[in-house]
Design a protein around this ligand. Structure first.
Ligand SMILES: Nc1ncnc2c1ncn2[C@@H]1O[C@H](COP(=O)(O)OP(=O)(O)OP(=O)(O)O)[C@@H](O)[C@H]1O
Ligand SMILES: [Mg+2]
Length: 260
């Protein structure tokens, strides 16, 4: 049987807002991700995708439900335990440049988690160079600052940083959305390569269904905080059963036509 890396059960997140009604951003969401599986999470703006990503990485507290990572219940972990979780789950965000400290080199940023775990400076440095190479970057990038590389190179460095702790699960939240189309395709190819080579579980949050189709085995479709469709990528994207998925597909191909 395939090993389950992530199991999310009945997850809910309600945001309280001063003087206004609460927002239920995530409403009874359940799904699993197996080792080596690549799952796309799609849905319109505000459907709750980033909230799911932030809940799973425990950047925010769930209102209710359960999150189990590698067999360990992490729903309520805090402090040191929460930081220790970073070994198992890492995230790559939309804006690579702002995800790095501008005063530190990319090499320092990538090696930080290793240094924090007590890896020597020399060992961290050689691991950083290996990671840069695996992510298609020259060694000299280690000594550059985030503003001194292109957006695509910076996103590769962010992927290298996420891989440094050797996580079981990588979450990419719109990791290609700020990049131009050819660079997007390169980053997707890199993620596919790394994911297969490492047997990594990948949750790929993206509003571009064509990219999701090229990368993912399975697709979850979110609408208003709920998962309305969950199935193999080909089935969901080529013959969706839900009207909402059809609307998303139509909107996506219309925006591609207007881009091209
Ligand atoms: N900290 C917060 N406080 C209040 N409401 C929030 C907060 N974070 C998110 N929300 C609300 O929760 C809902 C889901 O937001 P979320 O960012 O998860 O959507 P998304 O699917 O990632 O959208 P996008 O595609 O635009 O990134 C939205 O209505 C949003 O306004
Ligand atoms: Mg989002």
């Amino acid at each position: 049987m395939e090993q389950t890396v992530l199991r999310v059960s009945n997850l809910c997140k309600r945001f309280a807002r001063r003087g206004r009604a609460d927002v239920v951003a995530v409403d009874d969401v359940s799904f699993d991700i197996a080792a080596g599986e690549c799952v796309g999470l799609v849905g319109g703006s505000g459907s709750g995708k980033s909230t799911v990503a932030r809940l799973v990485t425990r950047l925010i507290e769930p209102t209710s439900g359960r999150i189990v990572l590698n067999g360990k219940d992490v729903t309520n972990v805090r402090g040191a335990e929460r930081r220790a979780m970073a070994k198992d789950v890492q995230m790559v965000f939309q804006s690579p440049v702002s995800s790095f400290d501008p005063r530190r080199t990319l090499g320092e940023g990538i090696g930080e988690s290793l240094r924090n775990r007590g890896v020597s400076k020399a060992d961290a440095r050689s691991r950083v160079l290996e990671l840069l190479d695996q992510c298609g970057l020259p060694a000299e990038c280690a000594d550059r600052y985030p503003r001194e590389v292109s957006g695509g190179q910076c996103q590769r460095a962010a992927i290298a940083r996420a891989l440094a702790p050797d996580p079981a699960l990588l979450i990419c939240d719109e990791a290609t959305s700020a990049l131009d189309v050819t660079v997007q395709a390169q980053i997707v190819a890199l993620l596919r390569h790394i994911q297969r080579e490492r047997g990594l579980a990948l949750l790929f949050v993206c509003h571009d269904l064509a990219l999701v189709q090229g990368l993912c085995d399975r697709v979850l479709v979110m609408r208003a905080g709920r998962i309305v469709e969950d199935g193999p990528a080909r089935t969901v994207l080529l013959s969706p059963t839900h009207d909402y998925t059809r609307q998303l597909l139509a909107a996506c191909s219309a925006s591609r036509r207007s881009d091209g």
